[in-house]
Write a protein that binds this ligand. Sequence first.
Ligand code: SAM
Length: 418
Amino acid sequence: MDSCNPFAAEPLTSDQLLARFSALDEFLLAHQQLWRPTPFTRRQLDWESEHTELAQWLRSRSLEQAEAAHNQPQLLEAPQPFRTIAQRATQLGQICRLAGVEQPACNPRAALDVPGRKWQQLEAFGSCLHFHEKPRHWLDWCAGKGHLGRYLAQDSAALTCIERDPELVKSGQTLSDKLSIQANHIALDVMEEKARQTLTAAQTPVALHACGDLHVRLLQLASAAGCRQLAIAPCCYNRIQSTQYQALSSAAKQSRLQLDRQDLRLLQCETVTAGRRVRKQRDQSMAWRLGFDLLQRELRGIDAYLPTPPLATSWLQRPYAEYCAELAEQKQLSLGSRHDWASLEAEGWRQLAKVRNLELVRGLFRRPLEIWLLIDRALFLQERGYQVRFGTFCETRLTPRNLMLLAELPDNSLNACG
Ligand SMILES: C[S@@+](CC[C@H](N)C(=O)[O-])C[C@H]1O[C@@H](n2cnc3c(N)ncnc32)[C@H](O)[C@@H]1O
């Protein structure tokens, strides 16, 4: 595997990108059976009969043990083939920290309206934004209240923020005015045709955590408009309109790896920044659903998962019997005779421990899949003449979606818009 450095400082050559892409592609294809099926929806996974020792070992562990290994499954001393796969996943998932440059001191008032962790993300993102040309006009894409754009525009560059939610646009404009930042907050759905006209070659688009289709749209429109430079930190790759992932680059289009939305959800299964209360709620909701899953299989006489609609968290404060009755009603199932709710709930929790431990296998593939997707974006831009770099812009404790892709047209390239 390449050493880390070339991936952070210098633009990546197409050979480097393609070599890494095909190594990831091969790894993901070879182990599809391990990372595609979701333990939450299947009582038994196909690979368990092949790797019985690993399956039994994982199934015998507690929920606390699963939680402890969740963020770093590659460190788990689990039976083979876990350790061999973990080693390869670690190699392939290796990614450098982008070099950060110290930022000029900013107006302390600017930080007041930004939640603490978001502010740290902005500082980290901003510190990695070095381009050959000094940006003169920032375009904050899917900007929310425009915190990122405002943070960057303290360098006196112009600022346009695009956001669909009119409330966020209004609050964003108020915040910019309060800080005397010349910003234009525009309410616009970036998927609409007229979004194309908002981009000009003179802008430097940035997108922090724009979901699936939204950041892809930016790459397409910005490269068509001839923007000389841009930076994105993608997130929620599964938020796409199509059921199948639409590859962007020639290499990904030629790959045998066909991803659907469910596959892409693997990246969302990482809990890093959630607090204790949220984790507890998530566990209870999953355990209760798993208990209901056992019940519905019995009621229907069909040993298959049945998707159920989400219920408000207030349902978790109600007795378990009421929770199950609500789900049963939503799925038009008759509960029939009395049930032992306490045992069913306890069984749900036991199932949860198994599910969370079995998920550690899938967890090994999270970073490789994320980098595969990032390289698809990098290759797409490279095919359009951009020089690209990528790496992490902050630690995962600030956000698990901490990868950043920077692209700029080389000095000698002609600007598409003159
Ligand atoms: C995850 S938030 C990121 C906000 C901001 N970049 C940040 O990091 O704080 C995604 C934002 O995209 C906006 N959004 C979603 N769909 C959009 C669309 N079709 N057009 C424009 N904005 C959209 C949402 O309203 C939300 O504010």
